[in-house]
Design a protein around this ligand. Structure first.
Ligand code: GLY
Length: 318
């Protein structure tokens, strides 16, 4: 099969790599590979820490995809940081929030270990440097800036928070601002915290870099870093991990997460010869390997996962 993939973020590239692995011909088109949401992503492989009420289907998908990550990371030569996630609450209300999250996770059978009041460990979670993953995929999958034309059997739209007409209304941008700091005393594992009611996370890399994220804002303008967003993230992160006071602030980035009306990704056919691999919202890095498999399986067998079938939203899009 000859596939044309629009979008060289982590999802489009993972789909391309999987199709090539299965012997298909692939052309990936993107004028700025890896520059969208993948560029900002902290790389949390956190189906449980990122779980929210009413999102049980996402938890199952996340667990399934998390199980695929060790092999993918191995194949790409990118280290997986598999030390778990610590849930931490700062004040009494935040500690209650941790307790609510733990209760939600226990109802869904997730592995959770209480450490002390307001602190719990999710031992199965991990993280990965999303930029390193994209770089490794780009080494394996050539990308062209514009459509060279020629015959293709299918087009896969993996353009993240922006889909071309008539599918544009199926995704919306949810701005996230994220900081990168370099610390001489980083946390050992991902910290998922609440500080005075505001969520924040710290994702350490083996190099001493700590990714602090993220704001979340519905908006329809270009994503820019705001003074208020940076101030809130730094204040919350320093309260959870005071050593960050000494850290070098290396970078602040804002990108749009590709949100969907039901927070579930769009993976499957929307028209003859058109397949979506988009709308991964807060979970693009986590769900990339599963999405790659599902798209390849669909192209080979016609199989579609019902909860992810984009046609559920098609009437709305029209
Ligand atoms: N999964 C992290 C975020 O969306 O901010």
């Amino acid at each position: 099969m000859r596939a044309r993939i629009l979008g060289a973020g982590i999802v489009g590239l993972a789909v391309a790599a999987e199709l090539r692995r299965r012997g298909h011909e692939v052309t990936v088109i993107d004028p700025a590979p890896g520059s969208g949401a993948s560029f900002a992503a902290a790389g949390m492989l956190s189906p449980s820490a990122e779980l929210w009420h009413g999102e049980a289907a996402l938890l199952e998908l996340g667990r399934e995809s998390l199980a695929l990550w060790p092999d993918l990371a191995d194949a790409l030569g990118v280290p997986l940081h598999a030390t778990g996630t610590l849930l931490v609450g700062h004040d009494a209300g935040d500690r209650q929030q941790v307790a609510r999250q733990v209760a939600l996770l226990e109802r869904h059978g997730a592995a959770v270990e209480w450490r002390e009041e307001g602190v719990a460990l999710l031992p199965d979670e991990a993280s990965v440097d999303a930029r390193a993953v994209v770089a490794a995929l780009l080494d394996r999958v050539p990308v062209v800036p514009a459509d060279p034309g020629g015959h293709h059997d299918v087009t896969v739209l993996a353009t993240g928070a922006w889909l071309p007409p008539p599918y544009s209304s199926m995704v919306r941008g949810v701005r996230g601002e994220i900081l990168r700091l370099r610390s001489d005393d980083p946390p050992r594992r991902t910290v998922r915290g609440w500080v005075y009611g505001e969520p924040v996370y710290l994702v350490p890399r083996p190099t001493g870099e700590v990714v602090v994220g993220a704001t979340s804002e519905e908006h329809d303008a270009a994503p820019v870093v705001t003074a208020g967003g940076v101030a809130r993230l730094l204040a919350a992160a320093r309260l959870l991990w005071p050593a960050l006071d000494r850290a070098e602030l290396v970078e602040a980035v804002a990108r749009d997460r590709p949100g969907t009306p039901d927070n579930l990704p769009l993976v499957g056919p929307v028209a003859d010869g058109v397949v979506l691999a988009a709308g991964h919202y807060r979970h693009g890095v986590l769900l990339a390997p599963l999405t790659a498999r599902l798209v390849a399986d669909h192209l080979e067998t016609g199989a579609v996962r019902a909860p992810l079938d984009p046609r559920r939203l098609l009437e709305g899009a029209r």
